[in-house]
Design a protein around this ligand. Structure first.
Ligand code: GUN
Length: 280
């Protein structure tokens, strides 16, 4: 039997409905600042979606489109201002940044309680300590999509392909929190398919179009595809969807899987930050 499709768009829209209700319950609209540096076409598309969804759920949104050549000090000044702005509860700086800017320094300059992406060293340290505050949105999205299947994560073999700091590593840590036995694979992993074939849960975030083929996936696996790649004008994931769906039990499509859910989690983080600010 072909895999059941995990409809990320539908699951995200029910999260967004819940967010809309919670927004009405707090005095001040949650505010998100989105900072985009340069003209990376993929980043522009992601940021457009974030801004549009923000408005749909009744958030206040400030978007900054900065020139590719902006000085690092100017970017740091902007973040400093956003840190102090009471209307802003969450700040995201879209990655990647141009080469002349030190990404670590910029991310670290965001106040931890406004870190809607969960990328600051404090947020990531909290995650390692199982002290969940604001968690990386894509990693949260993967966990929610796995849970939406109704299958237990505890005790399962979970394999993550890709060790990026914004997806692979935090997803592996969250799966560990859910008591999965976690293997984190990467470009230097030997005999990758021996690991991936053994996965009950397979999360793929390696940035290579249709990299995971049917022969690399075990029967009845839950497959979560984080990849967004453009191939001859078509958006495809890191998983060869057409062949893998014949063997998996559940699979996320691209587009319409992890992407919409990541935005829902980003907005949920921002709302959480606003709820905390309202209590302070
Ligand atoms: N670039 C790719 N994914 C993300 C994300 O989730 N947040 C930010 N800020 N940049 C990204």
């Amino acid at each position: 039997m072909p895999a059941k499709i995990i409809d990320g768009k539908k699951i995200a829209s029910s999260f967004l409905e819940n967010i809309k209700k919670r927004v009405k319950e707090i005095k001040e609209s949650p505010g998100l600042a989105i900072v985009l540096v340069g003209n990376n076409p993929a980043s522009e598309i992601y940021v457009n979606f974030k801004e549009k969804t923000c408005k749909e759920v009744g958030f206040y949104c400030e978007r900054y489109n900065l020139d590719e050549g902006i000085k690092q000090s100017e970017l740091l000044n902007l973040i400093d201002k956003l840190n102090q702005n009471k209307k802003i509860h969450g700040i995201i700086v879209q990655l990647p940044l141009p080469k002349h800017i030190n990404e670590h320094l910029v991310i670290d300059s965001i106040l931890p309680h406004k870190d809607a992406d969960g990328f600051t060293p404090l947020s990531l340290g909290n995650l390692v300590n199982d002290n969940n505050m604001l968690l990386p949105a894509t990693a949260r999205a993967c966990i929610e999509l796995i849970k939406s299947t109704g299958q237990n994560i505890e005790g399962k073999n979970a394999v993550v392909v890709g060790r990026s700091k914004i997806v692979g590593k935090p997803t592996a840590l969250l799966l560990l929190q859910e008591n999965a036995t976690v293997t984190l694979c990467h470009s230097k992993t030997k005999n990758l398919e021996e690991h991936t074939k053994n996965a009950d849960i397979l999360v793929v975030a390696c940035g290579k179009p249709r990299f995971i083929k049917k022969g690399m996936v075990g029967k009845n696996a839950i497959v979560i595809d984080v990849g967004i790649n453009r191939v001859m004008g078509k958006v495809v994931g890191d998983v060869d969807f057409e062949s893998v769906k014949e063997i998996a039990s559940y699979i996320t499509p691209v587009p319409g899987g992890v992407g919409p859910m990541t935005i829902a989690m980003l907005l949920d983080n921002t709302l959480k930050a606003a709820e905390i600010a309202a209590k302070m």
